[in-house]
Design a protein around this ligand. Structure first.
Ligand code: ADP
Length: 517
């Protein structure tokens, strides 16, 4: 790392040292190497292109899907004495033309644009005549079809770039990317060098809350965390409206944000939240991509989201200032039905749907695992099997009563086997319970030796057991709308008595005689 970059860090931004990954990314760009930087939210990605942009001759083009943020980013740079501008659809045609003229003359060090801008011949003409120092793709996961927020306009920039005489050095930046997405970004943008500082956010504590009344939970939580800034994400607009009204009636300073509101209303609540006039924001996932509010102390999900990518991105809006913050997911089994409904209803083709079901299953597993939640998320993204624990998530905190459930697990597994590995969670729980359900009788599942073998538990508890075993990969699932339960290598180990299964806070069997005893 050259002295010059450190000088720029100190003189322009007032920081003493680089954060992990920043120096490596900056160095590569200055040497003219394309680079992908994967860093957690709040990790300081912007500096990775801002410092080379200042150090190199010419104009840095920053492509960002976040039109609403461009003005703030440009204002922030201007306040540091840096010459920057943006072009997007919020400007009049006249303003766009004026700016473009100045851009073409090389007057700016930084120019922020939306991906669609490359489709404009006037813009492309200006680019061709310019000295471009680098081109940065912010939120680069939007380029990949495998990402959770694919934007076709982002991908279609690539052929336009080829029209330039000299290909500029490319930097891609993202906070969320699975291996698949990383590879795709690399391939699309010809990047060989990746700086990946991982996704770990040491200041976030994850919690999954199950079996509680959601609105009562939120009210008692808010009583304890008065005056703190927080976001509550709901799965639907209707939920957002209802919760907003409920909390407003109780005197909370609460804003609301969803796609059903006018642009003016959305802008106003967003501003009120960012400036701390409203401490709480109730919103659907329409809110927040790129929201740069540093003091959000908690993010509550009123319902389970569709996948871990979205969850981590939304929850990650907490604690950008590095202070301890909480990410709480309120789970109820109905959440699964809602997400399946949304997948079914979407226009996706069957293969994409199948992929969405696979991601949904991982999200469901997150809600049922008894392992460390932080490690679960990291393992999901990094596709490794780390056993480390964070010591601060709800699962780590609740680790007092460890119960040996090997016998229950064996009964469940043998029931899956006797049912021919052809059924899902609901039917299996019914057979284990010994339900008199019509379907069970019609399919003659009542004659199985495992019928009613766990009748001391309720169907709900058995469902919980099965979800837990899936989350711990002791039961496999064949993905689809109704995942079919299958045995795997671990199931066999458990059935043979070679593996013990532990569960924290296991359901307590009902020892009262039931119909079946
Ligand atoms: P990201 O885009 O990765 O979410 P930002 O670029 O918005 O993160 O940076 C988050 C915060 O960290 C900003 O307030 C930024 O000024 C600050 N920051 C970035 N780099 C450093 C550094 N080296 N030292 C101290 N603060 C930094």
């Amino acid at each position: 790392m050259g002295i010059r970059e450190e000088e720029l860090l100190q003189t322009y931004f007032g920081y003493e040292t680089f954060r992990p990954g920043q120096a490596e990314a900056i160095d590569a760009i200055i040497k003219g190497q394309n680079i992908l930087a994967v860093m957690p939210t709040g990790g300081g990605k912007s500096l990775c292109y801002q410092i080379p942009g200042l150090a190199l001759e010419g104009t840095a083009i920053i492509v960002s899907p976040l039109i609403s943020l461009m003005k703030d980013q440009v204002d922030a740079l201007q306040s540091l004495g840096i010459v920057a501008t943006y072009i997007n659809s919020s400007l009049s045609t006249m303003e766009q033309q004026d700016r473009l003229r100045d851009i073409g003359k090389g007057r700016y060090t930084f120019v922020y644009v939306a991906p669609e801008r490359f489709e404009s011949t006037m813009f492309m003409r200006a680019l061709k005549g310019m000295n471009i120092s680098l081109i940065a793709f912010d939120e680069a996961h939007c380029i990949s079809q495998w990402g959770h927020d694919f934007r076709p306009s982002y991908r279609s920039i690539i052929p336009y770039l080829r029209q330039l005489n000299d290909l500029p050095t490319v930097m891609a930046l993202t906070a969320t990317a699975t291996e698949e997405v990383i590879e795709d970004i690399q391939q699309q943008l010809h990047i060989h060098h990746v700086v990946n500082t991982g996704f770990k956010r040491e200041n976030l504590s994850f919690h999954v809350i199950k079996g509680k009344n959601k609105s009562t939970y939120i009210q008692s939580f808010l009583k304890e965390r008065k005056h703190e800034s927080g976001i509550i994400y709901t799965a639907t607009r209707k939920q957002a409206d209802a919760l907003h009204d409920q909390l407003e009636k109780r005197g909370y300073q609460v804003g609301k944000y969803h796609a059903g509101l006018s642009e003016q209303e959305r802008k106003a609540t967003q501003a009120a939240f960012i400036h701390d006039e409203k401490s709480l924001m109730i919103a659907t996932n329409a809110f927040g991509m790129g929201i740069d509010k540093s003091n959000v102390r908690f993010v509550i999900h009123y319902a389970m989201p569709m996948n871990i990518e979205s969850y981590y991105q939304e929850a990650g809006r907490a604690g950008r200032d590095g202070e301890p913050s909480d990410c709480i997911l309120l789970f109820s089994p109905q959440d699964i039905q809602l997400q399946k409904f949304l997948i079914e209803q979407s226009m996706m083709d069957d293969v994409t749907k199948q992929g969405e079901y696979r991601k949904l299953q991982a999200m469901i597993n997150y809600c049922h695992t008894h392992s460390c939640l932080t490690t679960f998320i990291l393992n999901y993204f990094e596709d490794i099997n780390q056993q480390e624990i964070c010591g601060r998530c709800s699962n780590c905190m609740e680790r007092q009563e460890k119960v040996d459930i090997t016998e229950e697990a064996q009964k469940i597994l043998s029931c899956i086997k006797r049912m021919g590995e052809r059924f899902g969670v609901g039917m299996t729980a019914k057979v284990l319970k010994g339900s008199k359900d019509k379907k069970i009788r019609e399919m003659q599942l009542t004659s199985l030796s495992t019928y009613g073998i766990l009748s001391a538990y309720t169907e709900k508890e058995l469902t919980e057991y099965i979800h837990f075993l899936i989350a711990e990969q002791i039961i496999a699932t064949e993905e689809g709308k109704y995942p079919i339960l299958k045995l795997n290598h671990q199931s066999v180990e458990v059935l043979k008595g070679k593996k013990t299964v532990w569960m924290y806070t296991a359901p307590i069997p009902n020892t009262e005689p039931t119909d079946f005893q």
